[in-house]
Design a protein around this ligand. Structure first.
Ligand code: XMP
Length: 333
């Protein structure tokens, strides 16, 4: 039987009982696969890797070593949340690597989106390998592969080129000696969330909107600078807070800020004030292949504009992107 094919008889996991049953089966399977040996996991804090981490902690406890690489392109508070949930609450064996300086210096002056993606993806593997090399006796690599990843890579292989190189799919070194542990590879995203909740992960982590592997790197458009990246992180945090407060966080599939490498003239405290525009993107989609624009109430847009322009250093305008996909992609890069 092809272990990468979801059996037609597999029921869809929608309830806590179904999730508990799945978890119990996976715990047994992982224990049988791994025995007394150790497993390594790159824990980004995204839904999939978080659910795999929680599942493996349940199955093998401290035999799981999680490595969280902060590439400096995380959203506000994200790395802190990973540490809080996994280290403090779940008592995981967690190695935290702050690689911000390494990533940002590699990215300095690089404006081409595909080059940026390759640098971020490549550097990620280098940092992760360095950490893995410091550890001894690791025989397994766990991955948060889910069923759409498998379907997408089959489709991409059959049809030629994808539109953008998604850096966390198919980037494994060919000479990798570790065996893979992929306990959620036959699940769809909605099922992963049900399993995550059954494992006791917080709703903010499990219901989190999708976030690209290269993180804010593809939203700080063109060549990344620390000041513009910081403005982006702050503006994005305000947008998320306001969407949360106003019931849009659960209604809109993906929403974020992008900041181009452009300044315009503004006025503040009766003085000339040059700043960047913050672009709001808020889209709905089912499969990310096409997307429509979510209608945000004007009053809320005014409020967000007011907050961002007053609270974030360096931003003097806020724009609202009305472009569907196609013709725009969801991300700007
Ligand atoms: P686009 O911009 O292609 O995005 O319409 C479709 C979805 O994919 C996400 N995305 C990425 N995810 N690595 C990822 O893991 C990437 O390099 C990447 N680029 C885009 C994007 O956020 C959206 O959800």
């Amino acid at each position: 039987m092809d272990s990468n094919k979801r059996p037609d008889t597999m029921e869809r996991i929608q309830t806590k009982e179904q999730a508990d049953k799945f978890i119990a089966e996976q715990v047994e399977e992982v224990r049988a696969q791994v025995g007394e040996r150790q497993v390594l996991l790159a824990l980004s804090g995204g839904v999939d890797s978080s659910v795999v981490a929680a599942l493996l902690i349940k199955a093998i406890g401290k035999q799981l070593v999680c490595v969280h690489v902060n590439h400096g392109l995380m959203r506000k508070g994200e790395s802190e949340a990973v540490i809080e949930v996994f280290k403090n609450q779940l008592d995981a064996n967690l190695i935290y690597v702050d690689a911000t300086d390494r990533f940002l210096s590699k990215l300095e002056g690089v404006a081409d989106p595909e080059k940026k993606r390759k640098i971020i993806g490549g550097e990620f593997i280098v940092v992760f390998d360095e950490e893995a090399a410091k550890l001894e006796g690791i025989d397994f690599l766990a991955q948060g592969t889910i069923y759409p990843d498998i379907l997408e890579s089959i489709k991409a292989a059959e049809s030629g080129k994808p539109v953008k190189s998604h850096h966390n799919v198919g980037g494994l070194p060919e000479d990798m000696k570790m065996e893979l542990v992929e306990p959620i590879k036959l699940l769809y995203k909605d099922e992963v969330r049900v399993v995550g909740k059954a494992l006791g992960l917080p709703a903010e982590m499990v219901d989190r909107q999708p976030f690209p592997g290269p993180g804010l790197g593809v939203r700080c458009l063109g060549a990344i600078t620390r000041d513009r990246l910081e403005a982006l992180r702050e503006a994005d945090a305000i947008l998320r807070e306001e969407f949360d407060k106003n019931g849009l966080a659960t209604k809109v599939w993906q929403y974020f800020i992008a900041i181009p490498d452009v300044k315009s003239v503004g006025v503040k405290d009766e003085k000339r004030y040059e700043g960047w525009p913050a672009i709001i993107r808020a889209v709905n989609t089912t499969d990310a292949m096409s997307a429509t624009i979510e209608e945000i109430p004007y009053a809320l847009l005014h409020h967000i504009t007011n907050r961002i322009t007053h609270e974030v250093n360096g931003i003097n305008r806020v724009l609202y992107d009305l472009t569907p996909k196609p013709i725009g992609t969801i991300e700007w890069e």
